[in-house]
Design a protein around this ligand. Structure first.
Ligand SMILES: [Zn+2]
Ligand SMILES: [Zn+2]
Length: 391
């Protein structure tokens, strides 16, 4: 899915200044606003598109990132891009709605409720991503483990307020403490976040010595996390409220654990099922045998090799696979057989094999007709214990 160029969406040139952008956005947003186009999905999609384009281009940092890298700068999970909204760009929809409010204020008489929180400048902390490699054994049993995450924590010296202890916060002279300012412009009353205090209503006159007035400090945080049994490569675990501290006592972001599976020397995993290969001697395969195979729980299981089993035969041990993250029966363990050709035979063994050959009546070197017949017969015999032929 290729996205349209943000400048193209707004119908402006790459060198457009802030004002041109805003005018272009206002015009398009009015045209496609859902209140004016009830039930029109195409208009709503356009409305979102222009909102997204304006949200990026009206922010100097994001615009610079976009000019440099294009849409790749904001793609999901992109570590290299701008990190403002956590691993999923989760802020997306809400952010674009805010943009509309910032530009239009109360023009459409909406957005009363959710503004309450953002007035105060108590912004939520960023989400964090932490990558963790998990062994197959740990994924089987589940595990409690300790991780150390570099993060932003509330500054203890000023308790996140930013002012040096003993000094007071000053009321913002621009908005007189309201955090937002209103401006009349033609038909509309525009309301916007106060540029002086960033919506906080107060400003720091004497910054805290530890955090320079930011209210947060960077630290390594150690925490214990529980990895449940059954996790897989690509499983994400959300730890609510374990992300970065919010500004000025705002709520904390979330921490996302991204799990990857460490390769295992014996088993390959596909969902709840485990696959492995096991060798069997030529004699065991010919006569049938019961062998012991190791299982993921650290124990052993008995595996019956039927007489006449060929290389490539698959056998299934039900319930010997992995547990499922959301409960339910354990997966299976599927074992593929490899018949070992004996090596380093002594004279006596060679003699016996030659005798075996003469008894089977075919001789050891069949002619070409016999060869093709044998090949066909061989692959007919190789089936799984489900009765399905092997691929
Ligand atoms: Zn501080
Ligand atoms: Zn202010």
């Amino acid at each position: 899915m290729s996205k349209r160029d943000f400048y193209e969406i707004l119908g402006v040139t790459k060198s457009a200044d802030e004002k041109t952008l805003k005018v272009a956005y206002r015009k398009l947003a009015m045209e496609y606003h859902p209140d004016r186009n009830p039930g029109d999905d195409a208009a709503e999609a356009k409305f979102k598109e222009v909102g997204e384009a304006y949200a990026i281009l009206s922010d100097a940092d994001k615009r610079a990132a976009y000019d440099r890298m294009g849409h790749a700068a904001f793609e999901q999970g992109g570590n290299g891009g701008y990190g403002g909204q956590g691993p999923f760009g989760a802020g997306g929809a809400a952010e674009f709605a805010d943009i509309f409010e910032q530009v239009f204020g109360d023009a459409f008489g909406r957005g009363g409720g959710r503004r309450g929180g953002s007035h105060t400048g108590a912004a939520r902390g960023n989400d964090l991503r932490f990558d963790l490699e998990v062994s197959l054994e740990d994924a089987f049993t589940g595990k409690e483990t300790t991780i150390t995450v570099p993060t932003a924590m509330n500054c203890e010296r000023c308790d996140g307020q930013g002012n040096e202890p003993g000094t007071e916060l000053e009321t913002c002279p621009t908005c007189h403490g309201a955090g937002r300012i209103r401006r009349s412009q033609g038909l509309f009353t525009m309301e916007q976040t106060c540029p002086q205090c960033g919506g906080r209503g107060q400003y720091v006159k004497t910054p805290c010595q530890d955090c320079d007035g930011v209210g947060r400090v960077r630290k390594n945080r150690t925490l214990t996390v529980n990895i449940p049994a059954g996790v897989e490569d690509g499983t994400r675990i959300r730890l609510a409220g374990e992300g970065e501290a919010g500004a000025r006592g705002g709520p904390r972001g979330d921490l996302y654990l991204f799990l990857s599976a460490k390769p295992h020397e014996l088993f390959e995993r596909d969902g709840p099922n485990l696959y492995c290969r096991t060798p069997a001697s030529m004699v065991s395969a010919a006569l049938g045998a019961t062998i012991e195979v190791p299982t993921i729980d650290g124990g052993k299981a008995e595996l019956k090799i039927p007489a006449g089993a060929q290389t490539g035969r698959r056998m299934r041990l039900r319930g010997k696979g992995m547990p499922r993250l959301r409960g339910g029966p354990r997966g299976d363990m599927v074992i593929e057989l490899f018949v070992e050709t004996p090596r380093n035979l002594c004279d006596r063994q060679k003699e016996l094999l030659k005798e075996f050959c003469s008894l089977s009546g075919e001789g050891c070197n069949p002619d070409s007709d016999g060869f093709f017949h044998k090949v066909k017969q061989f692959w007919n015999d190789v089936t799984t214990d489900d009765g399905r032929p092997n691929a």
